[in-house]
Design a protein. Structure first.
Length: 321
């Protein structure tokens, strides 16, 4: 069956209680059919088409939530992309030490920059010295970054870690790559278990940041990119809390959200700190493990990309993907 009927919450009770016992329990009846998201294993097999003037993934389409107000729930993966002309509003400069200042060498949306500044200050109290390695990247910058990774490791390796231009969360202006000022470097295989990375795992959501690409084979298969302990996306405190609570890969959470599914609340949610004033809905009676939508290859027709980057790839990357 290609479509998994994602039956959450009260609908499971409804089936067990014929005659409409659901409403009496005060839980809105719901049964949402979430269409399957295209499997990473399928989209990562698609050709990357490079011409003299453009680069793109075969069959890629503009993401549903592409508008400037939709940055928090915009789904970007190797299938869904932003337009090459997308540029976030409200970009402010921030230094590599996380201080908002016109002298800063990085750009972020103001909301993300302010949250990041607060997070840097809080981390310092735990003796964690964060630094920004990369922040907003325009489409044309991503062209250079991706081309650099291709030159360094080849196309197939590059696409595992670096987004094809248009597909990068860095183009949203809300995403940062973070490293440690004093500790293990982001590129060190030990970085994911370093105090800096562990601190981020435990605390970043309190400032509205989520890790887009978690570790583990199952998560990598669902996020379409290799594990990146340095890559953090700002979505706001409420949504970050909900995503971490769900224990779902952000790509899957956002897909389900876009398609009207109810939230998943994983058991580990009890251990998290909700944002001030946040009211957590009652937990779903259905175990979260069964609520990941099934993946099937998409049958959408392939169309070559048409947008042209404004600069040709030439530089070797110095930033993380
Ligand atoms: Zn990144």
């Amino acid at each position: 069956m290609p479509l998994l009927a994602l039956i959450l919450g009260a609908s499971a009770l409804g089936a067990a209680l014929p005659g409409g016992g659901v409403a009496a329990l005060g839980i809105a009846p719901s049964s949402v059919s979430v269409p399957p998201i295209t499997a990473c294993s399928e989209i990562n097999k698609r050709r990357i088409i490079i011409t003299r003037t453009s680069i793109g993934i075969q069959g890629a389409v503009t993401t549903k939530n592409w508008r400037n107000t939709q940055w928090a729930t915009s789904l970007l993966d190797p299938m869904y992309r932003l337009s090459s002309s997308y540029r976030p509003t409200n970009l402010v400069a921030i230094t590599w030490r996380g201080v908002i200042s016109p002298k800063g060498g990085y750009l972020l949306k103001r909301e993300a920059a302010e949250a990041l500044s607060a997070m840097f200050a809080e981390a310092k109290l735990s003796n964690i010295q964060l630094k920004i390695l990369s922040a907003y990247r325009s489409y044309s910058t991503q062209v250079r970054v991706f081309a650099g990774w291709v030159a360094k490791s080849g196309l197939q390796q590059a696409r595992k870690y670096s987004a094809v231009p248009g597909h990068s969360e860095h183009q949203l202006g809300t995403t940062v790559d973070l490293g440690s000022l004093t500790g293990v470097a982001w590129s060190n295989p030990k970085f994911p278990t370093s105090p800096t990375a562990l601190w981020l795992e435990a605390n970043a959501y309190k400032f509205g940041f989520i890790r887009s690409y978690p570790a583990g084979a199952a998560n990598i298969a669902l996020s379409c990119y290799g594990a990146e302990a340095w890559h953090w996306r700002f979505v706001g405190k409420g949504l970050a809390y909900e995503i971490v609570c769900s224990a779902q890969v952000p790509r899957i959470f956002l897909w389900n959200r876009q398609n009207g599914a109810e939230r998943v609340i994983a058991p580990s949610c009890d251990l998290l700190t909700p944002p001030e004033g946040y009211v957590l809905p009652s937990p779903s009676p259905t175990p979260p493990a069964s609520e990941t939508p099934s993946e099937t290859p998409s049958d959408s027709p392939s169309a070559p990309p048409t947008e042209s980057p404004s600069e040709s790839p030439t530089e070797t990357p110095v930033t993380p993907p």
